[in-house]
Design a protein around this ligand. Sequence first.
Ligand code: AHM
Ligand code: MG
Length: 328
Amino acid sequence: MQTLGEFIIEKQKDFSEASGELSKLLSSIKLATKIVNREVSKAGITNILGAVNQMNVQGEQQQKLDVFANDHFIKALTARGVVCGIASEENDDFIICNPTENSGKYVVAIDPLDGSSNIDVNVSIGTIFSIYKRKSQLGTPVVLDDFLQKGTDQIAAGYVLYGSSSMLVYTTGNGVNGFTIDPSIGTVYLSHPDMKIPSQGYIYSVNEGHYNSFSEGIKKYIDYCKDTTDKKPYSARYIGSLVADFHRNLIKGGIYMYPSTKSAPNGKLRLLYECNPLAFIIEQAGGKATNGKRRILEIEPKELHQRTPILIGSKQMVEKAEALISTT
Ligand code: AHM
Ligand code: MG
């Protein structure tokens, strides 16, 4: 079976300007993935759950798992000199990676450990990342505008699912490929080549606790999913970990929604490091992603931590939801 390392090298030639920098970047994500996966899988016995500022038995400073993941992804992404800046959900401002040389032509937006409410209860969590080429001059300090690019400008995007088995799934714009970590030897194998989402699925994933504060269009679509008159076999499935809900729907077919609510008119999820990368992946897999009115990948970002409503998944399901929204 092909390993992720072999796959990255083989695909390097697909890029016109294949200088190996993107390959290095993807390799650094592979390394951080393995480190975070190791920590996630033994979280219950290493006191890494819960609050920061605790000492373990060796007198070492304890870190929360999300801080640990953030530190390790930043360390790995910075180490090879190919990334000039990182925007992370864990940091208010973006990070300048190599401030003296300002080397590296890529910027990365990342949610190092998504699904915060599931971290402490041993339910699947994930990492989501998005890679852009910087717009500012190489050798100069990275600037905010380097991160505020449309999703259509992404060079690569992916996610890691720390689940019953852990997977790295990514795209560079030539389809979507999934890799599974063999924990016994730490090797990552190509297990899901050329992933495609069924154009029609039977799963809808939404936090229905917010039903009363959704818009009329979203309510109509949820009612449609539950309507039994035409005997649709729809099932509700909601883990509350975006990567896990997304991954299941990608494989089985389905729609994930985090719409706007009365108290959160822009929804909850972040455009740069949650919605754009998954929108890139879903389109590459044959699906669709919208904010209800327009394609997620075409939204012009204005802020690093901007939020957007999102409906993402099987093409026909997203189109049905859009159609019902447009009638309200
Ligand atoms: P987080 O970045 O604080 O972890 O929030 C993102 C998570 C997603 O993984 C998940 O889909 C969503 O929030 C669940 O939100 P809710 O509990 O409001 O349904
Ligand atoms: Mg998050």
